[in-house]
Design a protein around this ligand. Structure first.
Ligand code: NAI
Length: 458
């Protein structure tokens, strides 16, 4: 269902009226398209404290390689408004150097272009230095607060890293239109993500050979629940980026799944299968004798009722689709070696799982369970199989599922975030594609919200 309020505020009279009434002002977000694949403007690189990173490496590696996502690089005072600001705060160790964060951003924040990006680079918290840990943690409150006030479709995120090379895919994502609905996030890359120092030598991790325009070429991806909604968008995005996609959905959705597979091309196939079948993992393995590179656990259902009114069947069906089948198929595909070294698992949590939601004890439990699974399995899957495990946690996304939500709750869901609008399936898909990227080997055990910085559980 179209967001009529967003359309209204896109017109001059609508903007005037809603401003006068003090109503939310959602900006038209710049999302990725073949015509506008990068942010339009300069990148401004700033530093607070004495950086622990090689600045040249950050810039050259993350942004300025062939096929730049942000054009240009300048810190001259008379340069045009920046489309992106990277603030290297890895050297912030005490309250005095924390003040340099304010000093660096205060003069420029107002001029950052609409749909622009601010990315802070932070260091892992030092357990032996409580001053450093305090001010590095302070960067999280700073990031989230700035995200809430900055407006005009601009986003603010914090990346904790030690090695900019390992963070290349993450910086490319955050500094592009692909991350339009990701704001207020703290993402750990490398050692701080529970990944050993060897992370970047894992097969499929950062490599000069990465083809940034078709990173999944030669790779096979399976997406569950892909016949429609977010799953279909994930399948489309991975196919766009070169993957051979297997579109898995329940037998009742076989026609849609086959139509999508035919549209995707690139040898895409449909796999009609109920993911809760006890032998689903074995069936997938049999379907993919040559192995699998990317496993996307997207299938999910809701069966809302308050706990006092919830029959056991509503509980078990949600837990089975959203969590138990994820555990079973993951275990089976890792044990059989179907997921090749360098493989990626991306599961789908939800902000309802992180924040809790009335009427959703079953759904909230299942989605929090997904986050627990990801955090616990990530280091072991990487060490044992060379496979990373991450999750996306969508907020309010415009799909058939949310179109069925009663009007008042739907409107609240759309507006109660820093961008004052719902996300699109493509927003979740782009985030999934970044986590599944061959160069994202040092991103592991992360649960990344795609929620426009929702107020829920923030
Ligand atoms: P949707 O209902 O439009 O699509 C879900 C797909 O999963 C359907 O094609 C369905 O047939 C398939 N599916 C359901 N049970 C299955 C099973 N047993 N085996 C195989 N396939 C099965 O849902 P939507 O909105 O696209 O959501 C996708 C995922 O994102 C779900 O995990 C959902 O919980 C999650 N999510 C969605 C949000 C939203 O705002 N739409 C917010 C937060 C999370």
């Amino acid at each position: 269902m179209a967001d009529r309020y967003l359309s209204l505020t896109g017109t001059a009279p609508g903007r005037f009226l809603t401003r006068r009434l003090g109503l939310p002002q959602p900006a038209a977000l710049h999302r990725w398209s073949a015509e506008r694949p990068w942010l339009n403007g300069e990148l401004l690189h700033l530093t607070a404290g004495t950086s622990t990173l090689d600045r040249a490496a950050v810039l050259a590696r993350a942004v300025l390689r062939p096929g730049p996502l942000v054009r240009g690089c300048s810190s001259a005072p008379d340069s045009p408004p920046p489309a992106a600001v990277v603030l290297d705060a890895t050297g912030v160790r005490d309250v005095d150097t924390l003040a340099e964060v304010h000093a660096a951003l205060h003069p420029v924040v107002r001029s950052v272009a609409a749909s622009g990006r601010i990315v802070l680079l932070g260091a892992p918290l030092d357990p032996d230095d409580h001053h450093q840990a305090a001010v590095q943690q302070a960067l999280e409150g700073f990031t989230r607060s700035l995200g809430k006030e900055i407006g005009r479709g601009r986003t603010v995120n914090l990346v904790r890293l030690t090695d900019p090379v390992a963070a290349e895919s993450t910086l490319r994502f955050l500094l592009s239109p692909k991350s339009a609905y990701v704001s207020g996030q703290v993402i750990a890359v490398g050692a701080d993500a529970g990944v050993g120092a060897d992370a970047v030598s894992v097969p499929g991790a950062v490599s000069d050979a990465v083809d940034w325009s078709r990173p999944f070429a030669g790779r096979t991806a399976l997406v569950t629940g892909a016949a429609r909604g977010i799953g279909a968008a994930v399948a489309e995005t991975l196919a766009r980026d070169g993957a051979r996609v297997v579109v898995l959905d329940v037998p009742a959705a076989e026609r849609d799944a086959r139509e999508l597979a035919a549209r995707l091309g690139g040898d895409a196939t449909a796999l009609p299968l109920d993911i809760t079948a006890a032998d689903a993992g074995e069936r997938i393995a049999a379907e993919l004798p040559d192995g699998l590179d990317v496993l996307i656990h997207n299938a999910g259902i809701t069966r809302d009722r308050r706990l006092a009114n919830m029959p056991a069947e509503r509980w078990s069906s949600v837990l089975d689709v959203n969590l138990a089948s994820v555990l079973r198929t993951t275990d089976a595909l890792l044990a059989k070696g179907t997921l090749r070294p360098g493989g990626r698992i991306v599961a789908t949590a939800s902000i309802a799982g992180l924040a809790g939601n009335a009427g959703q004890t079953n759904y909230g439990a299942s989605k929090a369970g997904v986050a627990g699974l990801v955090r616990a399995l990530a280091p072991r899957a990487l060490a044992g199989h060379g496979v990373t495990v991450n999750a996306v946690a969508p907020g309010f996304i415009e799909t058939k599922m949310t179109a069925a939500v009663p009007l008042f709750i739907r409107e609240a869901g759309r507006r109660m975030n820093s961008l004052a609008q719902g996300g699109l399936p493509a927003d979740v898909a782009e985030t999934t594609a970044w986590l599944a990227h061959p160069a994202s080997g040092a991103v592991n055990g992360q649960v990344v919200r795609v929620c426009g910085q929702s107020l829920l559980g923030a």
